[in-house]
Write a protein that binds this ligand. Structure first.
Ligand code: GLN
Length: 191
């Protein structure tokens, strides 16, 4: 059994915990940076990346999150979590954690499409995944070691680079746990 941390500062924390538990593994809500040492993989939930960043700084999480990424332990970000993981952000000088070689644009599906659902073919995960997008970002550019897992209207919305997984949408808001299971498998393979 592996232990999966869910960064518990802001956003859809409980939903990710439920998804990990539905896959039969243990989830730990991470509220203090010291707890990162107890887990084998970390999920960064969707929510609001600016609010999450404020809390990351307030509780001095950033150096520990960067170390976690450098250690090679798997990380998985959904929506705001993907924004936190990206190496480059359109319109910003500095990334947040900056661990995944992608350029991400925030809120990039436009106002009139603030939230929508789409069926996605996600390579290695599912051919018919019902994805929920809420003020979603997308990956504008992916580095050469990044494997594109899914596109929607020609935009990259799910990708993996080594032990880092990111998607624009919110698998945790549905009861389809196949992406969570895919991530758990990454964690098991890394252990
Ligand atoms: N728009 C949010 C942000 O920029 C992300 C939206 C989400 O996580 N649903 O952080």
């Amino acid at each position: 059994m592996v232990k999966i941390g869910v960064l518990g500062l802001q956003g859809a924390v409980r939903e990710h915990v439920q998804s990990v538990e539905a896959c039969g593994e243990e989830a730990v809500v991470i509220k203090r940076k010291e707890q990162l040492e107890e887990v084998d993989g970390l999920i960064m939930p969707g929510g609001e990346s600016t609010a999450m960043r404020r809390l990351i700084d307030k509780y001095d999480f950033m150096p520990s999150l960067k170390r976690f990424a450098e250690s090679g332990k798997p990380m998985y970000g959904t929506c705001a979590g993907l924004i936190l993981l990206a190496k480059n952000l359109v319109g910003y000088d500095q990334p947040h954690i900056g661990a995944m070689d992608v350029t991400v644009e925030r809120n990039s599906f436009g106002r009139q499409r603030e939230s929508f659902e789409a069926e996605l073919d996600i390579n290695g995960v599912a051919e018919d995944f019902n994805a929920v997008f809420i003020r979603a970002p997308h990956i504008v550019q992916a580095g050469e070691n990044v494997e594109v897992l899914a596109k929607h209207n020609d935009r990259i919305v799910a990708a993996r680079e080594g032990n880092i997984l990111g998607c624009s949408f919110h698998p945790e808001l549905t009861d389809d746990h196949r992406i969570t299971a895919y991530f758990i498998n990454m964690v098991k393979e890394n252990n």
